[in-house]
Design a protein around this ligand. Structure first.
Ligand SMILES: Nc1ncnc2c1ncn2[C@@H]1O[C@H](COP(=O)(O)OP(=O)(O)OP(=O)(O)O)[C@@H](O)[C@H]1O
Ligand SMILES: O=P(O)(O)OC[C@@]1(O)O[C@H](CO)[C@@H](O)[C@@H]1O
Length: 300
């Protein structure tokens, strides 16, 4: 079974307007709501692709209840822990020419509530896949991903980590099956700005040297690159299409990659499927559907 963990789920409030004027009252042209957070997005896209998963994580307050109900209505299996202090966040995604995001802090998670999650994860067995995705709320210790991976180290669980900076660097020693920083996040980890494919490949190799098995680097409209544990490097472009809302494109790429890889055990095909799934999300208002992905696959 595939499990996803979202420590800080969110209602994504997507607001479109012609122009954002800082310091004034702005009126939106249209709004849309999505039940998000990176792990939940991965579970939702897996569901759209016909792959079962269980979404784990913490929800709180009325927004948490809405996320729980919304995710269930999408047909995604979930086993969230309800926390008592605070409310799940509403992340604001402003689309006014440029995209500006305000991601909330989220509720406070107690040690006992965190322990409940650890107990659930102790139930994972050989052959399971675990996706750890997104930021850790400020109320939790920043080494929580490491702690989870250390607890699972004796089991054959393939762990995918989609996180940034130290959160990601610190888990590499536990040999995650897949990590997926974007090209900016990759540069940020080493304090550099990356321009060419050669530079991106060089720094992605450093992440492998630090312990990652497979490293996918997403580059938004410039496509993606995969360095595999078997020594290959694959580069994928993007299909033609009009970008509508790219929130969750990276999560969709992760979902597409694992859906394909665990079915066919072919890294190149998995990158292609992941790339098509990322673009299918970027080209639609919500997250990718299977039909959209399969239409785009023809362009690779
Ligand atoms: N503008 C775009 N045009 C075509 N494909 C895109 C576009 N943006 C994203 N994609 C596809 O989705 C993949 C993942 O996107 P991106 O690099 O933006 O991930 P990300 O930075 O993790 O995004 P997010 O945090 O919003 O989920 C890209 O590698 C590409 O295949
Ligand atoms: O604050 P985090 O956890 O890093 O990111 C949260 C988030 O921006 O990621 C998803 C898109 O990838 C959105 O659904 C959600 O709002």
């Amino acid at each position: 079974m595939i499990y996803t963990v979202t420590f800080n789920p969110a209602i994504d409030y997507v607001v479109r307007m012609e122009k954002l004027e800082i310091g004034s009252v702005n009126r939106s042209r249209e709004e849309a709501l999505f039940y998000g957070g990176k792990g939940i997005n991965v579970s939702t896209v897996l569901k759209n692709l016909g792959v079962d998963s269980v979404a784990l994580g913490f929800v709180a307050g009325f927004t948490g209840k809405a996320i729980e109900e919304g995710v269930a209505a999408l047909g995604v299996k979930a086993d969230f822990i309800t926390v008592s202090d605070g409310v799940s966040r509403i992340n604001v995604k402003l689309k006014a020419g440029e995209e500006t995001e305000i991601n909330g802090k989220g509720p406070n998670i107690s040690d006992a509530e965190l322990e409940e999650l650890y107990k659930k994860l102790d139930g994972l067995t050989d052959g399971d896949c675990l996706v750890l995705a997104g930021a850790i709320p400020p109320s939790l210790p920043s080494d929580v991903y490491e702690k989870i991976m250390a607890r699972l180290a004796g089991k054959k669980v393939d762990i995918v980590v989609d996180a940034t900076k130290d959160l990601l660097l610190n888990v590499l020693k536990y040999h995650p099956f897949l990590i997926k920083p974007n090209n900016f996040e990759l540069g940020e980890m080493f304090g550099v700005t990356l321009h060419s494919d050669e530079e991106i490949e060089e720094y992605a190799k450093r992440l492998q040297a630090l312990g990652a098995r497979n490293v996918a680097i997403s580059m938004a409209g410039d496509g993606s690159m995969l360095l595999t544990e078997t020594g290959e490097t694959y580069r994928m472009g993007v299909p033609k299409g009009k970008v509508v809302n790219s929130v969750g494109a990276g999560d969709s790429m992760v979902a597409g990659f694992i859906a394909s890889y665990f079915a066919e055990h072919d890294y190149k095909k998995a990158l292609k499927y992941g790339a098509a799934t990322g673009s299918a999300t970027a080209f639609s208002e919500g997250l990718a559907t299977k039909d959209q992905v399969e239409k785009l696959l023809g362009q690779f």
